[in-house]
Design a protein around this ligand. Structure first.
Ligand SMILES: *[C@@H]1O[C@H](CO)[C@@H](O)[C@H](O)[C@H]1NC(C)=O
Length: 324
């Protein structure tokens, strides 16, 4: 049995040594195996290496708070605008929304929306004085909008009081933060908020679709603001859109007289605040030295209500109990 086995084995070995047409596929298989071995040993080596330290985002508590000031007034598209803005703001950590209604007191629509938003917020309300209000038939630009409301938010930041909902206490002394004036109809990239978060004085960036241009914004050379790209009244001290700058909270608190001037000429509202706060040459350019547009001055079309009015005359208007 032993001899027969050895003979068989020898025969088999001899046969293996013979060239046969089964060799090329075998070689290919061996080559594949070798490649796989190589790959496995590479992977094993990778595993033995300590994993790279992941870029840890800082803890939210370590971040300066972004105070977003939004004036708003009742109109057909108000809720749609506020839902859109609140959901953008929900993407931003460490943010406190100061929503200021142009109304005598809080309205159920805005209170409900804030409560449902999940955001940290302060609800304020102040009615624009009659003399400053836009009159029937006047074009939107003759009087600056939202002045009382933005100033109301500045008052709250400085001394607190008067909040009609949400967080009632102003930021404690020494709070690190930045204040941004975000109207409810613009479009904001979430990236914009990280650009402004570490503002030391006043930071600036371009705004898209404003001033009759593709964008308006600071001109930057060697990392400093040297001028402004604007077509309209370029000699304004700060030819900037409201959405194009943010102010460090400590700076605003250190300059208690800095506020918006309702009587400022057209286009000078931003300058009326900023000239209290900063020299144009000290503006801090953000958004890749002001080469990236991260906020757009979009305008929502006023919806036409012709059919609604027609149905209302027939007593069949849309159910007023349904909030729109
Ligand atoms: C801005 O410009 C300065 C000076 O040219 C440069 O050092 C800096 O890296 C630039 N910053 C960005 C974000 O591109």
């Amino acid at each position: 049995y032993f001899l027969v086995s050895i003979a068989g084995l020898l025969y088999a070995l001899v046969q293996l040594g013979q060239p046969c047409d089964c060799l090329p596929p075998l070689r290919a298989a061996a080559e594949q195996l070798r490649q796989k071995d190589l790959r496995i040993s590479q992977l094993q080596a990778d595993l033995r290496r300590p994993p790279p330290v992941p870029a840890q985002p800082p803890e939210p508590e370590a971040l300066p708070t972004i105070y977003v000031v939004t004036p708003t007034y009742a109109r057909l598209v108000q809720k749609a605008e506020l839902v859109r803005l609140s959901q953008t703001l929900s993407l931003v950590p460490r943010l406190h929304w100061l929503l200021v209604e142009d109304a005598e007191g809080p309205t159920p629509l805005v209170s409900g929306l804030l409560a449902a938003s999940g955001l940290l917020f302060t609800h304020l309300a102040v009615l624009t004085p009659k003399a400053q209000r836009l009159r029937e038939g006047e074009p939107g630009w003759v009087r600056p909008r939202g002045v009382e409301q933005r100033n109301r938010a500045l008052d709250w930041l400085r001394s607190g009081g008067g909040a009609v909902g949400g967080e009632k206490n102003p930021p404690p002394a020494g709070t690190r933060g930045v204040v941004y004036f975000a109207d409810d109809d613009n479009t904001y990239s979430r990236e914009l908020f990280e650009e402004m978060r570490w503002t030391r004085g006043v930071s600036v960036w371009p705004v898209g679709l404003v001033g009759g241009l593709r964008f308006e914004g600071p001109r930057v050379q060697d990392g400093r603001v040297v001028g402004f790209h604007t077509a309209w009244e370029p000699n304004r001290p700060f030819p900037l859109d409201m959405a194009g700058f943010a102010v460090a909270l400590p700076l605003l608190l250190a300059k208690p007289n800095a506020q918006f001037d309702a009587t400022a000429p057209r286009g000078h509202l931003e300058s009326s605040l900023l000239s209290h706060l900063v020299d144009p040459k000290d503006l801090e350019p953000r958004a890749a030295n002001c080469t990236r547009v991260l906020v757009w001055h979009t305008r929502t079309e006023k919806p036409k209500m012709k059919q609604e009015e027609q149905l209302q005359r027939q007593g069949r208007g849309s159910d007023p109990a349904v909030e729109v």
